[in-house]
Ligand binder design. Structure first.
Ligand code: K7E
Ligand code: CUA
Length: 664
């Protein structure tokens, strides 16, 4: 079968090659330099004018056909509402994972995954896009374990769960307290909890309250979602939230090792600026950056869990909330100042230091957790206007390193270096961590910077958020590409750049530019590929990927057919190269149709599609998978159904007719 299936493709490729050869002879589009015709690589290098550095970059990233990448990077797709799986170091896009947004190739939202998307409804309303920001791989003892991936939707305040056995979204939960989020997702070191912090303060549930009631009725929040690993789902009934002051909590990180049981969130707009440029007020950008410091929140998660379990919460919008007053009575929360317009807080691999960057301050500020504990023990002397105790910066700070302009996010490697993205300098800074677990001989010091292209946001290092980062590779997730690629009109791709960070000191090499044509890839995590245990095909015929077990609807060969019960029609179908069975489905206008298809293939990659025009159905049915979809046959007529995947030489014959007889 396999030589048959490849036949048309080979013919196609051969004819393209022949055409290209012809064009080369006739038109000769190259100005003399016909590098592709050279017999040896040295001539190619010479003709293309490649430098030593170019060759090193090429050799490090080139992946011969059939060989596999060492790492997989899961990058958020921003407002595309998706996640991208990208191989490193080749930077080849391996898979787009549909999360918050319907995606027709996977059938997601077109007959498959509808139930998952429905989970993301807000008060019954479909929300069919999301702004994915921070992917978080599941962890065991602070190391990525390759089982689950979580990601938040900043736009609507939702969190999704992706199963890494099949790279498919299994659940979307909607936060009833908030219509946005940002400080998530982050996992606790054994993935018992998934953290989702808010961003722009709002009244609970996004209910109406005028802006002049901001200080009393608007709130910040941190939601602690319980993850049930056995069920593979977030369990909202065992989840809770903590009320925070109405600052704009921006980004959080979970503690690890010595900070296990703590959560850290930076903020901006502790000024409580209300904006309103049209009314002659200072715009948000000025009002929210007026003061020289904002506050990092230091939240004792273990103690908060005890308060939640003791029931000392208030139910708001169906969610148990530890009110701010209760949090303060139980010493759950402290603040410590952080420099201007902070964005991000990152916990060092040993959990001992916290790194914060102020976008308007050229330094990174490093806090020591030991200092924080000492300051708490000494007793804070100050509070903010919401009575939250403040630990003085000079007590909590360990060091500052001047890294450059517009520092944002920090990552770590296995050599005791930290890396901070510099938005305004459009560069990445490498600095040494002076703590005894890192590079005490170098101290806290800038080691070097490397330009990136352009406007870097997050950066990601291999296994960078774990207790044992791998180093070697860093990816710079750049918002702008400007001149890096051929022009695609006014809208340009974003640019993910691979940097080799394996050498010490100021040696870092830019290796590869990857254009990505979706959303804004905010953050990414990079996992060693051998930690992933993906399925090659679904384990058994009739598999339901949602329950990860054989479906009770599964259609085995010989069980196919169409059954009628009044106006309810059940279609039971199998798919295998190169036919559906049955091929004729005859129903009547007004019928409610429940249609199940099982792909009975066991061959790897033998996916079949299934499309019905007008009714908006397009499935992707992977080997072994069973899918059930429903619709009302409102329009009569003849509908051609066909397999949308070019699955075999007789793929075009993999088709059928659905005949809908008109009502009298
Ligand atoms: Cu800096 Cu939303 Cu993590 Cu974007 S965030 S860059
Ligand atoms: Cu199945 Cu084409």
């Amino acid at each position: 079968m396999s030589h048959l299936t490849r036949h048309p493709r080979i013919l196609f490729v051969l004819s393209v090659v022949a055409l290209a050869a012809l064009l080369t002879v006739v038109i000769n589009p190259w100005d003399g330099a016909q590098a592709q015709g050279s017999a040896d690589w040295q001539s190619v290098v010479q003709e293309r004018g490649l430098t030593d550095e170019d060759i090193r970059a090429a050799v490090k990233t080139y992946m011969p056909s059939g060989s596999y990448d060492e790492y997989v990077m899961f990058a958020s797709g921003g407002h595309a509402g998706q996640v991208f799986a990208i191989g490193l170091p080749s930077m080849r896009l391996l898979r787009t994972i549909a999360v918050f947004t319907p995606e027709p190739w996977q059938g997601y939202g077109f007959g498959v995954g509808n139930e998952v998307l429905e989970g993301g409804q807000i008060e019954g309303r479909d929300i069919l896009w999301g702004d994915t920001h921070h992917p978080a791989l599941s962890e065991t003892e602070g190391d990525y374990d390759g089982e689950w991936l979580f990601i938040n939707d900043k736009a609507n305040g939702r969190v999704a769960v992706i199963d890494l056995r099949d790279f498919e979204t299994k659940q979307i939960v909607n936060n009833p307290l908030y219509l946005n989020d940002h400080g998530g997702t982050f996992v606790t070191p054994n993935t018992e909890y998934i953290i989702e912090g808010g961003q722009y303060a709002m009244p609970w549930g996004g209910r109406y309250a005028p802006l002049d009631e901001y200080e009393e009725t608007y709130a910040g929040m941190l939601t602690v979602w319980k993850f049930d690993r056995e069920a593979g789902r977030i369990d909202p009934s065992r989840s809770f939230a903590i009320e925070l002051p109405p600052y704009w909590q921006d980004l959080c990180d979970a503690g690890k090792l010595v900070t296990d049981g703590w959560i850290f969130c930076n903020t901006f707009n502790t000024e409580l600026a209300l904006g309103g440029i049209e009314e002659g007020n200072p715009p948000f950008e000025a009002g929210a950056s007026r003061d020289t410091t904002d506050y990092m929140h230091l939240i004792n998660l273990d103690a908060a869990i005890e308060v939640y379990e003791a029931g000392d919460t208030e139910e708001i919008e169906g969610m148990p909330v530890i009110r701010l007053e209760t949090a303060l009575q139980n010493n759950l929360m402290y603040l410590t100042p952080e420099p201007r317009s902070p964005h991000g807080v990152d916990v060092a691999p040993q959990g001992d230091f916290l790194v914060v960057s102020g976008k308007l301050d050229p330094h990174v500020t490093i806090y020591s957790f030991q200092n924080i504990l000492d300051a708490i023990a000494a007793g804070p002397t100050e509070t903010d206007q919401y009575n939250v105790p403040i630990l003085a910066l000079e007590d909590t700070m360990e060091a500052q390193v001047e890294v450059g302009l517009g520092p944002l996010h920090t990552q770590f490697d296995n050599q005791g270096y930290a890396y901070t993205s510099l938005f305004l300098d459009t560069a990445v800074a490498r600095w040494s961590m002076g703590g005894e677990n890192y590079r005490p001989d170098d101290g806290w010091a800038l080691q070097g910077t490397i330009p990136v292209h352009y406007n870097v946001g997050h950066i990601a290092t291999a296994e960078g958020d774990t207790v044992s980062p791998d180093g070697n590779w860093l990816v710079s997730l750049n918002k702008w590409s400007v001149d890096r690629f051929l022009s695609t009109g006014p809208l340009l791709p974003q640019n993910l750049q691979l940097v080799d960070i394996s050498q010490p000191g100021d040696q870092m090499q830019l290796l590869y530019d990857m254009p990505i044509t979706a959303g804004e890839p905010h953050y990414a995590q990079i996992i060693k590929a051998d930690k992933l245990n993906t399925w090659e095909v679904y384990p058994e015929i009739g598999w339901d990927p949602l329950s990860q077990s054989v479906s009770e609807n599964a259609v085995q060969p010989g069980e196919e057919g169409v059954e009628r019960d009044g106006n309810n029609v059940t279609v039971r179908m199998t798919a295998v190269r190169s036919h559906f069975n049955p091929e004729h489905v005859e129903i009547r206008q007004g019928d409610h149709v429940t249609w199940t298809i099982t792909n009975i293939e066991r061959a790897r990659d033998a996916t079949h599609g299934f499309a019905i025009p007008y009714y908006g159905i397009n499935l992707s049915i992977e080997p072994g998978e069973t899918i059930t979809f429903e619709f009302d046959a409102t329009r009569d007529g003849v509908f051609t159904c066909y397999c949308t995947e070019f699955c075999s030489a007789l793929h075009l014959e993999m088709t059928g007719y659905m005949l809908v007889e008109p009502e009298e």
